[in-house]
Design a binder for this molecule. Structure first.
Ligand code: DC
Length: 221
């Protein structure tokens, strides 16, 4: 039985994170949410009022940032930030922060380290293209915009957060544009990734399709 690396890239609201989490549980693998790392850094920069153009200062601050994952929650310098990093304030700035090369260098290094042991499912935007270009199984997830917005709205509601359809839609459109057009590691499908349009797929179907693909690789001779 081999241990493999599975990457799930794509747009917000396509079911990426939920799918990655359940697939990892079914396979007994570690799930790593790379978006949470960009969100945690963004939260820190907002709190500290950091000028996003001051590269030297950003590099210095990045040296002192420690991100950890424990029991499905994200910790920043020892503080549980899992809920606050999903706020609209972070949504509004995360793509700008994620476009800063110094931030990407630091987080990609961390992501590669977490993948050293294999047996991981990592979701994000550049995982199959940049972080693990030799990953065993690469998925790229898309979905119709309105479905993406509806899913995110319901996801937030379950956490007791009320955001309007239009605000979420505007934020998705803005983030998609920055994420796909930034110079450093833009969001795009890796040539060898399997594209999954989740518009009409249930979470169950998504998960089962991916688990089947993974098991074919895990048990192949
Ligand atoms: O997956 P998410 O919505 O939590 O990601 C938040 C933002 O982080 C997303 O708009 C772009 C950025 N991101 C990235 O640039 N690279 C990744 N590997 C993961 C996320």
């Amino acid at each position: 039985m081999r241990k493999i690396i599975i990457t799930l890239d794509g747009y917000s609201g396509t079911g990426k994170s939920s799918t990655a989490r359940i697939v990892s549980e079914k396979l007994g693998y570690t799930y790593i949410d790379s978006g949470a790392m960009y969100r945690a850094v963004t939260y820190h920069f907002l709190n500290e009022n950091i000028n996003l153009k001051d590269t030297q200062n950003i590099e210095r601050i990045l040296r002192n940032i420690k991100i950890k994952f424990r029991k499905g929650r994200t910790f920043l310098n020892g503080q549980d930030v899992e809920d606050v990093i999903r706020s609209m304030a972070v949504n509004q700035y995360v793509s700008q922060v994620a476009a800063i090369s110094a931030v990407r260098v630091k987080l990609v290094q961390f992501q590669r380290k977490l993948g050293e042991e294999k047996g991981v499912v990592m979701d994000g935007r550049d995982i199959g293209t940049v972080v693990f270009p030799n990953a065993d199984l690469k998925l790229f997830m898309t979905a119709d915009m309105d479905i993406r917005v509806e899913r995110r709205k319901n996801q937030l509601l379950k956490k007791g957060i009320k955001e309007s359809f239009d605000d979420i839609r505007c934020n998705f459109i803005k983030r998609d544009k920055i994420d796909t057009t930034r110079e450093d590691s833009p969001l795009m499908k890796a040539e060898d990734a399997v594209e999954i349009d989740t518009t009409d797929l249930s979470l169950n179907d998504q998960v089962n399709n991916i688990v089947k693909l993974a098991e074919n690789l895990i048990y192949e001779n």
